[in-house]
Design a protein around this ligand. Structure first.
Ligand SMILES: [Zn+2]
Length: 443
C-alpha cells in the first residue's frame, strides 16, 4: 500500500471540515489541473468520494487511475476520500505540482513518486530538476540522497593499450617474472596506471589519478604461473598476481588490477595435487576487484565451428562457472576469443544470452594499440601481445591522460550519465562538451 491509511473517522461535520481544510492547504495543486472538471458539480464530487471511500483500497486506486490519470488528481481524491492526509503526502502533492505541472504522469511514474515518500529527505529530489521520464529508472533507496563524489573526465580521442599475457615463468618461452616486473616498472615510469576491465567498459576513469594514463592488463588461459597460491591463501611472490601486488604496495598510484580469461575444461591456475585451490583463487580475485572473463570451455577456434557448437562452448562455460559461483558468475560476461578467432558471424557473440545475461564485449588476440575511446567495436577489441620486446615499446604507447573534475551530488546520480550530464548543463555549463561521465568508451 502506497499511502499510509489512517482509521476513518465518522461524522459528517468532520468530513466537510476536512475537505475545506485540504482545499485551503492544497491551493497550489489546484491551479495545475482542471479542478473544475472534477469538482464543478459539488454533488457529483461528493457522491464520487462517497463511492470511492467505500471501495477496497486496490479497487479505489484502479478507479482513480482510470478516471483521473494525473498524480495530483489521484492524491487529491485519495486525500478527500480518506479525510486525512499526512504532512509528507501534502508536501509531495505540492512538490509534484510545482515540478511536473503540465505532464500527464503515467501509472509507473505516479507510483514511483508516491514511493519516494518513504525516504526521509525526499524533498531534495524535487530541487534537482530531474525530467519526469527519468524518474522510474532511479531506484529508491535509503541512502539515495547521501552526498557522493562524481568525477567527470576531459574529452579525448586517444587510445588505451591493452596487454595480453600468458605464462610468467622462468623456463617458459613467454616472459619471466623478472621481465614482467620490468614491464610494470616501465609502465609506471611512462605515466600509466592500471584500470580494471569493468571500469574500462563503463568508461569510468575515477580510479586513475589525474595526470596518469590508463592501461589494461589481461591474462589468458589461467596458467599456474599467473596465480600460485601459498598455504596461507596468499599469492606466491613470483606469480603474476604476487608481483603486481608487491609492485602496487610500493606504488599505490599505479593501482593493482587485471582481467583473467580462463577456459574451464582444465583446472584454471591448476596447482599439482591442490586443484581445488582454483575456487579460492577465483574468489580471491573477485574480492579484490580483478575481473574474470570467458575464454570458451574447450579453447576452441570459433571460426571453424558452427553457431550451435559455439553456443555449447559458452553454455558449458557459464553452466560450470554458475555452478561453483552462483553469486559471482554474472560479472563474467565478456570474452577473449581463443586464438583471437571470431565466429564467422561476428554478430553472434553480441546476441548470445545465458539466463538473461549478455556479453559486454570481446577481445581479439592481436591488433596492437587500441581501441579508440569513441567508435570502437566492443566485440572486437584489439590487444597487444606482451613479450620480452614489449619493454622497449611501452613508453611509445599513446594513451589518454586523465584529467578530471569532481562534483558532489546525491548518490542516486551514480552510474546515470544522462542525469549527470543534465546536472552539468545546469550547474557547471563550462564543462559541457569538454568533460564526460562514463559509457563513452564505446558508442
Ligand atoms: Zn588462449
Amino acid at each position: 500500500m502506497l499511502i499510509k491509511r489512517k482509521k476513518q473517522s465518522s461524522g459528517l461535520l468532520f468530513f466537510f471540515g476536512a475537505i475545506l481544510f485540504f482545499l485551503t492547504l492544497l491551493l497550489p495543486a489546484f491551479r495545475t489541473f482542471p479542478v473544475e472538471k472534477v469538482f464543478e458539480d459539488q454533488a457529483f464530487a461528493e457522491s464520487t468520494i462517497q463511492i470511492i471511500s467505500n471501495l477496497p483500497f486496490q479497487e479505489r486506486r484502479k478507479l482513480l487511475y482510470s478516471h483521473y490519470p494525473s498524480l495530483h488528481e489521484n492524491l487529491l481524491l485519495m486525500a478527500l476520500a480518506d479525510k486525512k492526509l499526512t504532512r509528507t503526502e501534502i508536501k509531495l502533492m505540492r512538490l509534484t505540482s510545482d515540478n511536473y505541472p503540465t505532464f500527464e504522469i503515467t501509472k509507473e511514474q505516479a507510483e514511483w513518486l508516491l514511493r519516494i515518500q518513504s525516504i526521509p529527505d525526499m524533498t531534495i529530489f524535487f530541487q534537482e530538476s530531474i525530467p519526469l521520464e527519468c524518474i522510474t529508472e532511479i531506484s529508491i533507496a535509503e541512502d539515495m540522497f547521501m552526498n557522493h563524489e562524481i568525477k567527470v573526465f576531459q574529452e579525448s580521442e586517444k587510445s588505451i593499450p591493452i596487454l595480453m599475457y600468458h605464462q610468467i615463468h622462468e623456463t617458459n618461452f613467454w616472459i619471466t617474472p623478472t621481465t614482467f616486473r620490468k614491464h610494470l616498472e616501465e609502465m609506471y615510469r611512462s605515466g600509466f596506471c592500471l584500470i580494471s576491465l569493468s571500469d574500462f567498459f563503463k568508461g569510468d576513469f575515477s580510479s586513475i589519478p589525474d595526470g596518469r594514463k590508463p592501461i589494461l592488463i589481461t591474462f589468458d588461459d589461467a596458467f599456474e604461473s599467473q596465480f600460485t597460491m601459498t598455504k596461507d591463501g596468499k599469492p606466491a611472490d613470483n606469480c603474476a598476481v604476487g608481483i603486481m601486488e608487491a609492485f602496487s604496495r610500493e606504488h599505490p598510484d599505479f593501482n593493482c588490477t587485471a582481467a583473467f580469461f580462463p577456459y574451464l575444461s582444465i583446472i584454471p591456475f591448476g596447482q599439482v595435487n591442490q586443484e581445488e585451490l582454483w575456487l579460492k583463487k577465483f574468489k580471491y580475485l573477485w574480492d579484490r576487484g580483478y575481473d574474470i572473463g570467458c575464454h570458451s570451455y574447450y579453447h576452441t577456434f570459433f571460426e571453424k565451428i558452427s553457431e550451435k557448437a559455439i553456443k555449447e562452448e559458452l553454455d558449458f562455460f557459464y553452466n560450470h562457472l554458475s555452478y561453483y559461483f552462483p553469486d559471482d558468475y554474472q560479472k563474467s560476461f565478456f570474452i577473449a576469443y581463443p586464438y583471437g578467432s571470431l565466429p564467422k558471424n561476428k554478430q553472434y557473440i553480441k546476441y548470445y544470452e545465458y539466463k538473461g545475461n549478455q556479453m559486454v564485449g570481446g577481445f581479439s588476440a592481436w591488433g596492437g594499440l587500441s581501441p579508440q575511446i569513441h567508435h570502437g567495436d566492443r566485440f572486437y577489441i584489439p590487444r597487444i601481445q606482451a613479450d620480452a620486446d614489449t619493454l622497449n615499446e611501452i613508453d611509445t604507447w599513446v594513451s589518454y591522460t586523465v584529467e578530471s573534475k569532481t562534483f558532489i551530488l546525491p548518490k542516486f546520480y551514480e552510474n546515470r550519465p544522462q542525469l549527470v550530464n543534465l546536472w552539468v548543463r545546469k550547474n557547471n555549463p563550462e564543462s559541457i562538451g569538454r568533460y564526460f561521465y562514463q559509457y563513452k568508451v564505446f558508442d
